[in-house]
Structures are given as C-alpha cells and as structure tokens.
Design a protein around this ligand. Structure first.
Ligand code: 6PG
Length: 237
C-alpha cells in the first residue's frame, strides 16, 4: 500500500523530496556500494534538483550514483523540450555517472540506444536492472513517464525502453521506460503539485485505472515501496 505525504506548497514538497531522495540513495550505496536513480522531467522534480545541487553536495558520495531519466522527448539535445538538458544543467556539479539518452535520433533508434546503455546497470536476480530510486511525475490525464491513457505505450513490451509515437501531449515523439522496466524499482517517489493534478492524484489513490496507478501497482507487486509527495493543491478539492 503506497503512503502519501502532503505539503503546504511545491517548495516544501521539493525540500522533503530532496531529503528523501538523498536518504534512499545513501541506503542503497551502503547496501550495494552504488545506487541507480531514475530521474523525472517536469517543474516539480526540477525544484528538488535545485535544492539537491545547493544543499546536498557533500551529503553522499555522488560518484557512486548513476543517473538516468525515465522518459525523454525526441528533438535536439540542447533544445527547450529536452528534459535531460535542463536536469543536467541543474545537477552538473554532482560527480555522478550519467546515462544520457540520445534523443536526437528517431524514437526507435533512441530507444535501442538507451536500452543498450541500461546494460551497465546492476541487475536483480530476475535479470532486470535494479533501480534503487525512481522519481515519477504525474500529468493532468494521469500519465506518468511517457505512458499515456488508452495509448499504445501501455501495451505489453519485452523491452525496457520503448519508442512512443503520437503522444497526446506534445512533442509527439518520445522514448520511455516500459511498464516491464518498472519491475526493478526498489523505492519510488511520485511528485505531484498543482490543482491541475488533483483529479489524476485522487483518482489513482481511489483505485481507478490510469498509467500512474498501473505503475504503482506494478512496482508494489514486485515489492517496491511507493510514496506520493503531493502539495495541498494536488491533494485537496
Ligand atoms: C511531459 C512532462 C510531464 C510532466 C508532468 C508533471 O512528459 O511532457 O514532463 O509528464 O512530468 O506533467 O509536470 P510538473 O512537475 O511540471 O507539474
């Protein structure tokens, strides 16, 4: 059963999320000698990355942490749509390992390339990459990663990274972790702020179907721990 932590506003949420991420990564490094963190795009996670870069530089041996991103938009690597670019500029002072998606290729090629890069991540006994920490955003429609409601991105796939076409939210071409890849998640944090997320958050917490609800269910079925970090606006009517 996932737990919910609610905060007055987005900044307090970001503060708590930053602290919780560092704690989870520290625990993973202590247990396994290294940690893998799947990042999320969006403005809520970005606020937390800024806090981490400012306040948590010395909190952990960042050279033992590998960063990757859960989904990316196809387009120029330094373009305004590129999630990795914005995150990297924020976290540039942390000496982490970084797996950057080559999203300047077709979605098919970029997915194959990123799946190959994921090969360097330590595996669980079931052969899937172990994701010590996964951050997930939530869209107004209940999407997470680039997995959209009633969309081909939700179809079962043997791949860890899938190409996504015709995304209902622009840009249309993307790559995303698959639902299968989420089975390797040890700790997941869902970050949702703003009144426009209220319907998606309350619906998922009430047990209705949506991509974020499905992601939670898959992670929990595989013994991952899920915590929602929401602000008041997202949590209340
Ligand atoms: C995208 C966005 C999107 C975003 C959520 C939450 O895929 O086009 O990145 O999925 O993560 O909408 O965004 P905020 O944190 O900015 O509310």
């Amino acid at each position: 059963m996932s737990s919910v932590e609610a905060f007055d506003d987005k900044q307090q949420l970001a503060q708590a999320a930053a602290q919780a991420a560092v704690d989870a990564l520290k625990t993973a490094v202590a247990a396994n000698g290294q940690a893998t963190w799947v990042l999320a795009g969006g403005s809520t996670p970005l606020a937390a990355y800024q806090i981490i870069a400012r306040d948590y530089q010395e909190a952990i041996d960042w050279s033992k942490v590998t960063l990757l991103i859960g989904d990316e938009r196809i387009g120029p690597l330094d373009g305004p749509d590129n999630n990795w670019h914005a995150i990297e500029q924020t976290l540039t002072s942390l000496p982490t390992q970084k797996l950057r998606p080559r999203s300047d290729q077709s979605a098919e090629q970029a997915a194959v390339d990123y799946e190959q890069q994921l090969d360097s991540i330590p595996k669980l006994s079931n052969g899937l990459p172990r994701f010590d920490l996964v951050w997930l955003g939530v869209g107004e429609d209940g999407h997470t990663l680039s997995l959209f409601p009633a969309h081909a991105s939700l179809l079962p796939s043997a791949s860890l990274i899938i190409p996504v076409h015709d995304s209902p939210k622009p840009p249309a071409e993307r790559i995303s972790l698959s639902l299968r890849a989420l089975q390797g998640t040890q700790v997941a944090m869902i970050l949702a702020s703003g009144a426009d997320k209220h319907t998606a958050v309350s619906s998922a917490l009430a047990g209705n179907h949506s991509p974020i609800a499905l992601a939670v269910s898959i992670i929990e079925t595989h013994d991952g721990k899920v915590t929602w970090f929401v602000d008041k606006a997202a949590a209340t009517d």
